[in-house]
Design a protein around this ligand. Structure first.
Ligand code: IPD
Length: 268
């Protein structure tokens, strides 16, 4: 079975409605989460019942919407992956911000066809901005067409990034890269929600974004949104392993090329 562009557009509209509904639950719970509700997934990686419940709501709704598809999701490793179509879900990207009351967190849902994103919806909860795209349908935010920035080089670019929760053996070269990019651009931001970072590249607020040690559920929806917005996505060697390869860089064509140049100097 394959999905037509118009079926994909309808699916995308349904996923937006589901994302906005579940975002309301996430927003309402924010003031109710107590320190005792917070569990640790690693030395600095936290989760609460909000992420888990939101993910359960997504799985229930998406299963009903498209029963053939399997699931890859951040919080439940028991979910089953299907052969062709899979939903990739981060029910709450930016959990640390959320738990600290810092206003940048989002839901992120992608549909993969043989591991290639064909639909993506990122809903940033505080600004109530829904970013979405489906294959060959363009990229959108709250009903308006969006596109990547026109910055001509890294020098004229505002870049965003993120840092791994746990210290890694590549930390030193990552910091060296950070320093290099900071000196070669307008500046760097670290908002704390990778999905939002990528959505902001798609609408031209950021000119580029890069992160190492990042997961499929953080980036999959952003991939199709940036691509449909006219941007370029790659892994750290300029290749295509940017969803499951834990390394991600995107931007407009020129800035992506400049940034990739810097990345390759530090990561080869
Ligand atoms: C995290 C955020 C953060 C990024 C981390 C992600 P989570 O996602 O997207 O910006 O730097 O790598 O893990 O854990 O809050 O869903």
């Amino acid at each position: 079975m394959s999905i037509s562009t118009s079926e994909l557009q309808l699916l995308c509209e349904q996923v937006q409605i589901i994302s906005i509904r579940i975002s309301k639950f996430i927003a309402e719970e924010r003031k109710k989460v107590k320190p005792s509700d917070i569990e640790s997934k690693g030395s600095a990686n936290f989760v609460s019942y909000v992420d888990k419940t939101a993910e359960k709501y997504f799985v229930e709704a998406l299963k009903e919407l498209f029963p053939e598809a399997g699931f890859i999701a951040e919080e439940d490793s028991t979910l089953v992956k299907a052969e062709k179509y899979n939903w990739v879900i981060d029910p709450l990207d930016g959990t640390t911000n959320y738990l600290h009351g810092v206003p940048c967190f989002a839901t992120s849902v992608a549909l993969l066809d043989n591991n290639i994103p064909i639909l993506g919806v990122i809903h940033e909860i505080n600004m109530q901005e829904c970013f979405y795209a489906w294959k060959n349908g363009g990229a959108w935010m709250n009903g308006e067409r969006i596109s990547v920035s026109k910055a001509a080089s890294l020098k004229e670019s505002l870049v965003s990034t993120g840092f791994p929760y746990e210290a890694q053996d590549w930390n030193d070269k990552y910091i060296a890269l950070f320093s290099n990019v900071q000196k070669s651009s307008i500046g760097i931001r670290r908002p704390g929600s990778a999905a939002t970072d990528i959505a902001y590249v798609a609408c031209g607020r950021f000119d580029a974004y890069y992160e190492y040690g990042i997961h499929a559920w953080d980036v999959a929806a952003g991939v199709i949104i940036v691509q449909e917005a006219g941007g370029v996505v790659s892994d750290f060697s300029g290749g295509t392993d940017f969803i499951f390869g834990e390394q991600f860089v995107c931007g407009n064509k020129k800035v992506h090329a400049d940034l990739l140049d810097k990345i390759k100097k530090h990561f080869q």
